[in-house]
Design a protein around this ligand. Structure first.
Ligand code: ADP
Length: 188
């Protein structure tokens, strides 16, 4: 089983690239953001709990997303690999993932990291707000909080994976096609 992580700040282009990568490499795309938005749309207790946090630009608790990932792995034993998008987002989540995989003698194959500047994040999210209508994209204060949360809680993962030797950085400010071709070269 292959495990790839698509990593990067909000607005880096993870969702766009994930579709192309999953199709080309026959991977199951798991987006924790999409899974949470489905729960919110369905009005489940989990969705209601997540809504407040997400709309304010905060992370949902580690146990919640770890539980969602565990379920998805358990329900998809017959796929050739997974593309994780938006997970892990904290060191605790990364450690849990490593533990989960180690139980079966597995590990994260590569971390595909899309790097973009904070100014670009702002521009892209503002544009997306007009297209997708996500509440967490609409308010500049929420966007800033997501960027701050990224720097504080998620960016430390870069060192975590660099130490493991599976971290690969791709410049995210190129065209969609250029980013994809860099990713393909990196996956090899
Ligand atoms: P983006 O990458 O644009 O921030 P996502 O769709 O990946 O968007 O995530 C939207 C929101 O869902 C996040 O701001 C966060 O509140 C929540 N979320 C998604 N994944 C996680 C995670 N792994 N841990 C905690 N919260 C998460």
């Amino acid at each position: 089983m292959k495990y790839y992580i698509l990593f990067g700040p909000p607005g880096a282009g993870k969702g766009t690239q994930a579709k192309f990568i999953a199709e080309k490499y026959n991977l199951l795309h798991i987006s924790t953001g999409d899974l949470l938005r489905k729960e919110m749309a369905a009005g489940t207790p989990l969705g209601l709990q997540a809504k407040q946090l997400i709309d304010g630009g905060n992370l949902v608790p580690d146990e919640v997303v770890v539980g969602m990932i565990k379920n998805t792995f358990a329900l998809n034993k017959d796929v050739s690999g997974f593309l994780l998008d938006g997970f892990p987002r904290t060191i605790a989540q990364a450690q849990k993932l490593d533990e989960m995989l180690a139980e079966n003698g597995e590990k994260v194959d590569k971390v595909l990291s899309l790097a973009i500047k904070d100014e670009t994040i702002f521009e892209r999210i503002a544009k997306r707000a007009q297209i997708e209508g996500r509440k967490d994209d609409a308010d500049p204060k929420t966007i800033q909080n997501r960027i701050d949360t990224y720097h504080e809680k998620t960016e430390p993962l870069i060192e975590y994976y660099k130490e493991k030797g599976n971290y690969c950085e791709i410049p995210g400010e190129q065209t969609i096609e250029e980013v994809f071709s860099d990713i393909c070269r990196t996956i090899g």
